[in-house]
Design a protein around this ligand. Structure first.
Ligand code: IVH
Length: 666
């Protein structure tokens, strides 16, 4: 027996090592055939001896077709973004800010900015235990089963010296070659082609079957280690350690000791990146010393110790063939340019967004024009100019349509706004459909299993006319739809049922009131704990609420002036949806900080967002900058010296986290 266990362990260790040599080092020592033979032997032994099963065995890389659920997991450390710049001048400003705080005895680490889908990996005792997507930065989806199929992600670490528990972040990427292969297969199958590598990587990570993910041949580069006991105080040295443990760390990462060295790096990679097998969109410049990083700290959104220098997008010119118009759920009409297909930064571009009538006019677009197309970070490329010299025989000047392309209602333009709208909200088909799709979306009612095709079919068959009808759809109706099995119908019904419990703020968001996004919906739910108080709210009470400006307030008032909206809300109430904060949410609410404007500065025992929530729950308002209107500042560790100076000058009260907790527990 002992022998079998040993054999299994040896095979696992060897296969992990060869996997690393192949996928991380690009230096295989075994032929594919030999590798597969060992893998088969291991799989056979594991099948015979389930008592030696290991979720991180190399055999687990092939994934399974058990459906993933993607539970949401809170990040231990928030996943922030980076401040961006395209200009050398701004980069020099960044450098000056750092020098001002640190003097000039420090080093930078320059890294490529990989353009994929960010991921956070947690290792415990050298084993991969969890992989979570960025999500909203505070919580993401648990995609561990899918990430395990990525061969360059170590399931079990090499060597020693790794912390007992740590997190490492990086980017999941779909190499260009794999992207092309995938699109070729899709073309052959007559399927719509994927638009770009970044979205396809993100989409692949969310595939329901990990065995499908395994086929995508994703890659992963890691660039940020977090934890309580990191090996050294240098970001660079930590990454080198990570490389020793088996992580794929870009070999193009470089320590730089001056801003000039940084600039040389930028210049080199501006063109050299075109040779890389994966997508990059810039360079990330980070202060190397972790102590110095802590000294610099964070703004609300991003670290002060790092900046992303983004490469300017590539441009090509092509012909404008036609302009079509799309109507969104709010009735906003978006013009789309249909272009002569052209290759841009590795993908074929056929369409570009034109945004609105003003942009069309500014460009002075004519049908048949040669236009310059650029692909920035966005999914949809944009037209940035017209090659006027190439104009020989162009058609008419492009002028924005006057009527809705779907329902032919005359379009309106709200004073001061760029967009044209179709005002026929109640009957315009794409608006009706868009509102329902928004309502069922994950961040709103999260009615899983109900896809856009089913919504379409339900609408077309007259089974629903708005979202409230979803709560009356019957099993028979669903089953009568084309391509709908009994199991799927039951799943849909179950998720509709579950959505009745979705909390008030998400129901509010789901209504799709113009300008009421997730954050605004949260604010509103807090300030107006049930729908009747929101319905009754007037402009002045609304604008007195944090983060609610005139534009949002007006949109809310207008929404509730409409009889059809009121009737819809009533039907949804009858369907049993949550239109008030629940007892626990209400119980946590106080008015202890009513009228207080609170700034938080430094680091705390709890996440800053938790502190913010506490301020809000107790009726206070959290702002980021100190002014004479600040009631008090909660001071944590490492408060920035300039903030402190300002607070002292203005005589603003500074209290500790502990004192704050005392105040709100009264
Ligand atoms: S560091 C606290 N390094 O860029 C900062 N990010 O805008 C942690 N990214 O969400 C990020 N390459 O997905 C860092 N070498 C690199 C990166 C990188 C790509 C992405 C990452 C992040 C986004 C920030």
């Amino acid at each position: 027996m002992e022998n079998i266990k040993e054999r299994i362990n040896n095979l696992r260790t060897e296969l992990h090592r060869h996997n690393y040599l192949y996928y991380v080092e690009n230096q295989p020592e075994l032929t594919d055939y030999e590798f597969d033979k060992h893998l088969d032997e291991l799989a056979r032994l594991e099948a015979l001896h389930p008592e030696f099963a290991d979720p991180n065995s190399p055999t687990q890389r092939v994934g399974s077709d058990i459906s993933n659920k993607f539970e949401q997991v809170a990040h231990t450390y928030r996943m922030l973004s980076l401040a961006n710049t395209y200009s050398e001048a701004e980069l020099r400003d960044f450098h000056q800010r750092i020098v001002k705080e640190l003097g000039d005895d420090f080093a930078y680490v320059c890294e490529l900015k990989f353009d994929g889908s960010s991921i956070s990996l947690t290792y415990e005792q050298g084993q991969l235990v969890r992989a979570v997507t960025r999500g909203d930065g505070e919580k993401g989806d648990d995609v561990t089963a899918n990430v395990k199929t990525i061969r360059s992600v170590p399931l079990s670490l090499n060597g020693t010296g790794y912390p007992p528990k740590f997190e490492i972040r990086g980017e999941i990427l779909l190499p260009f070659a794999e992207f092309d292969k995938l699109n070729k297969q899709r073309e052959e199958a007559g399927e719509e082609l994927y638009a770009n590598v970044r979205n396809t990587a993100a989409g692949s990570l969310k595939l329901i079957n990990s065995s499908e993910v395994a086929k995508r041949n994703l890659d992963a580069y890691l660039y940020y280690m977090l934890g309580e006991e990191l090996p050294t105080d240098s970001h660079y040295a930590n990454l080198q350690k990570a490389a020793e443990w088996g992580f794929k760390i870009s070999k193009d990462t470089q320590l730089c000791h001056s801003i000039d060295e940084v600039l040389t790096y930028l210049e080199h990679w501006n063109t050299a990146r075109n040779e890389l097998p994966v997508a990059t969109d810039g360079v990330v410049i980070k202060v190397d010393s972790l102590a110095k990083q802590r000294q610099l700290g964070f703004t609300a959104k991003s670290p002060r110790w790092a900046i992303a220098y983004k490469f300017k997008a590539e441009q090509v010119s092509t012909r404008l063939n036609s302009v079509t118009y799309q109507v969104g759920r709010t009735g906003a009409v978006t013009p789309v340019a249909n272009l002569e297909p052209v290759l841009l930064a590795g993908t074929t571009v056929k369409r570009a967004s034109l945004h609105n009538a003003d942009i069309i006019n500014q460009l002075d677009l004519h049908m048949g024009d040669q236009v310059y197309v650029e692909k920035g970070g966005e999914i949809i490329p944009k037209i940035v100019g017209v090659d006027v010299d190439a104009r020989i025989l162009v058609g008419d000047k492009v002028s924005f349509i006057q009527h809705c392309p779907e329902c032919h209602t005359p379009l309106v333009r709200i004073e001061g706004e760029a967009a044209h709208y179709c005002p026929n909200a109640a009957q315009c088909p794409p608006q009706i459909k868009g509102r329902i799709e928004h309502f069922i979306s994950r961040r709103a009612m999260n009615i899983e299993n109900l896809g856009p095709e089913t919504v379409d079919a339900l609408l077309k068959n007259g089974m629903i006319a708005d979202m409230s009808d979803l709560y009356r759809v019957t099993r028979e109706q669903l089953i009568s739809l084309e391509r709908m099995g009994e199991k799927s119908a039951d799943n849909i019904l179950a998720s509709i049922e579950q959505s009745r419990a979705v909390p008030y703020e998400r129901v509010l968001f789901g209504l799709g009131i113009r300008y009421v996004g997730e954050t605004v919906a949260k604010r509103l739910a807090n300030a107006f704990p049930d729908i009747n108080s929101l319905k009754a709210a007037r402009m002045d009470t609304l604008v007195a609420t944090d983060d609610i400006g005139g534009r949002i307030a007006e949109s809310i008032v207008t929404y509730f002036q409409n009889e059809e909206n009121i009737a819809l809300v009533e039907r949804l109430q009858k369907a049993g949806l949550q239109f008030a904060l629940d007892a626990q949410q209400l119980a946590e609410k106080t008015e202890l900080l009513k009228g207080c404007t609170v700034v938080i500065s430094g680091t705390f025992s709890m996440a800053r967002d938790e502190l913010k929530k506490l301020i809000e729950k107790n009726g206070g308002k959290n702002t980021s900058s100190i002014s004479k209107n600040t009631t008090f500042i909660i001071v944590g560790d490492n408060m920035g010296p300039s903030k402190k100076e300002k607070a002292e000058k203005l005589g603003v009260e500074m209290i500790s986290e502990e004192e704050f907790m005392n105040r709100i527990s009264e």
